[in-house]
Write a protein that binds this ligand. Structure first.
Ligand code: GDP
Length: 591
């Protein structure tokens, strides 16, 4: 019995998977996914129901232009109309742009081979025989729909771009070799993708190999929080052989599906949103930069600024060297005309004039100049910037899995009011540059903690520049203590009220500085340094400071119970006979 998948049925009936899923939910089939399959019977039912709905559109659209008198038509027909209407509006909305895809995974698992295989079999435009220098991105095509691939695989490039402010990728492909399973860099890649909050598709590669073990890969993935759909999870997995070109269509199909679900919309008329993904010098042409456009349009002759670099766009070349006049949302092109090599990951802006372009570029350069020599950032520095609840992302590295687990447990059990600790990534090994780069892309405050490991000097330098504390420990309790005490310092001391005594107001004297209450100390003692609370008929009238405390004509520090004294209260002139004055001090207590 052949099984049809929802996305295939959607294509057959000519609507998007998202719309079909919404429709199926309406019809009482909730909780389905686009990759789910249905049996023949359900398939026939869906198609049948759908045809009914389509019929209703045809029937309801004609009388609409006539008078609304025919309002009591057959109820069955009317019942289908709202659904049909919804379907109609759904299909017509917005400009969908091609998804931008990055490939990540462990070394030698086949990232490059996969990108090559897709390029060879599905390239969107044909080569012009022009200058085809390894452009860092290309467009593939399936069913007339384009997909933009970034051709610099790996999480270093992926996060490096994000660190400069360019969130280029819409969908990440995680390549895992079936003969090797999930490895160290696979786990790193998963962490980096998750931190970027980008949807993930797993390409289980090298299935042609005799020792391929797909179920082991699926098992590994599940252990790292990527539960495959086959197991009831959300992770789409596709088994491929990059070398033999097996299931490449299927992979592209899944990319289009995820793109559709992500609702990637853009408008060529919007302001340009694009980023540099690679740049190099070409003899005779000068700086050449590859850019990917997420929104808006870049035209030949536009004045463009990318960080400290600016220039007028002399020419635009598509992925195979064809000259094009403009780059639209989703396009990847080479840009000729920049004054210098723009930095990877910088965003491109289009401005009106050369003067403006130069000004912006200069401004950027100035902003980049170090204000002062960077120095190591401490936890206190970090916490000093915080205002409300301290939410901290932790990058945790340890020497072994055992140590890592112990450190994880300790951090999870840290319990300080107003503080949330969240482990962003954790792994075995030293603190690396890419760990810090990742930390710098996170919006929340971030710190890196190494437990029994070293730190790469480059990583340390970067951490100083980015203001990320790097904490190194050998003993787990030191880590816990330091975080706890820094958090406490940050939250500030806690004060508790300690009662000193109570005085009753029995007389009032007017003095130039304000009313003086003639009091009798009924309980404890009154101290000059104390705070005073005025109670009238069991109601608090005022709380403030004692401005003066006198016994007869003398200023005194304290007056014991059973004695009389004169008290003036700062900023309060309304004291009355019969008021009770409670005097107390605030004492700092341990949190
Ligand atoms: P990368 O480091 O992830 O970019 O991996 P490469 O694409 O360079 O591939 C590493 C090695 O694995 C190369 O020798 C490829 O030929 C081989 N390879 C890649 N994909 C496949 C595949 O699907 N099947 C087999 N048998 N070998 C593959």
């Amino acid at each position: 019995m052949s099984k049809k998948r929802i996305y295939e049925i959607a294509r057959e009936v000519g609507i998007s998977s998202k719309e079909l899923l919404a429709k199926l939910e309406e019809m009482g089939m909730p909780g389905l996914k686009a990759t789910n399959s249905v049996d023949d019977e359900e398939y026939a039912l869906i198609v049948h129901l759908f045809e009914e709905g389509a019929g209703a559109i045809a029937e309801s659209s004609t009388p609409k232009t006539e008078s609304p008198v025919k309002s009591d038509e057959a109820p069955a027909e009317r019942a289908t109309t709202p659904k049909a209407a919804r379907k109609k509006t759904g299909t017509s909305s917005g400009d969908v742009r091609p998804p931008i895809v990055s490939v990540l995974g462990h070394i030698d698992h086949g990232k490059t081979t996969l990108l090559d295989a897709i390029r060879e079999s599905h390239l969107a435009s044909k080569e012009a025989g022009g200058i085809t220098q390894g452009i860092a991105a290309y467009q593939a095509e399936l069913h007339g729909q384009k997909i933009t691939f970034i051709d610099t695989p790996g999480h270093k490039a992926f996060t490096g771009m994000r660190a400069r402010g360019a969130q280029v990728t819409d969908i990440a492909i995680l390549v895992v070799a079936a003969d090797d399973g999930v490895m160290a860099q696979t786990v790193e890649a998963i962490d980096h993708i998750k931190a970027a909050e980008v949807p993930i598709i797993v390409a289980i590669n090298k299935i042609d190999k005799a020792n391929a073990d797909v179920s082991k890969v699926i098992n590994d993935l599940a252990q790292h929080g990527l539960l495959p759909e086959a197991w009831g999870g959300d992770t789409i997995t596709v088994e491929v052989s990059a070398l033999e070109g097996t299931n490449i269509d299927e992979l592209l199909e899944m990319i289009l599906l995820v793109a559709e679900m992500s609702d990637l919309k853009a408008d060529p008329k919007n302001p340009l949103e694009a980023a540099i993904i690679e740049s190099h010098l070409v003899t005779g042409q000068g700086p050449v930069a590859t850019i990917v456009v997420r929104d808006g349009t870049l035209h030949v002759k536009d004045w463009a600024v990318a960080g400290a670099v600016q220039g007028r766009v002399k020419a635009l070349l598509d992925g195979v060297g064809n000259r094009v006049e403009q780059a639209l949302p989703g396009d990847a092109v080479s840009v000729l005309g920049f004054s210098d090599l723009p930095e990877v990951g910088t965003r491109i802006e289009v401005v009106k004039s050369q003067a403006q372009a130069k000004k912006l570029a200069q401004q950027y350069q100035q902003d980049q100049l170090p204000q002062a020599a960077p120095r190591a950032v401490t936890l206190d520095d970090l916490f000093a910037q915080r205002k409300e609840t301290a939410k901290l992302k932790v990058i945790l590295k340890a020497a072994s899995t055992g140590a890592l687990e112990a450190a994880r447990r300790e951090i999870a059990s840290l319990n300080v009011d107003g503080v949330e600790l969240d482990i962003l990534i954790s792994g075995v090994g030293g603190i690396s540059e890419s760990d810090i780069v990742l930390a710098s892309t996170v919006n929340e405050e971030c710190l890196a903690v190494g437990f029994g490991v070293g730190v790469d000097p480059k990583a340390l330098k970067l951490a100083e520049r980015e203001g990320i504390p790097v904490l190194m420990y050998d003993i787990i309790y030191h880590l816990v203590d330091e975080i706890e005490s820094a958090l406490k310092r940050q939250l500030g001391p806690v004060f508790e009220e300690k009662a000193l005594g109570v005085a009753e107001v029995r007389n009032l004297f007017k003095a130039p500085a304000g009313s003086i209450a003639g009091c009798y100390v009924v309980d404890g003692r009154i101290e000059r340094r104390g705070q005073v609370r005025v109670i009238r008929n069991n109601t608090e009238m005022f709380t403030g400071e004692i401005a003066s405390l006198r016994r007869f004509e003398d200023d005194v520090r304290e007056v014991q119970s059973g004695r009389e004294c004169g008290i003036r209260i700062r900023d309060f002139n309304d004291v009355q006979i019969g008021d009770r004055l409670q005097v107390f001090v605030l004492e700092e207590v341990e949190r």
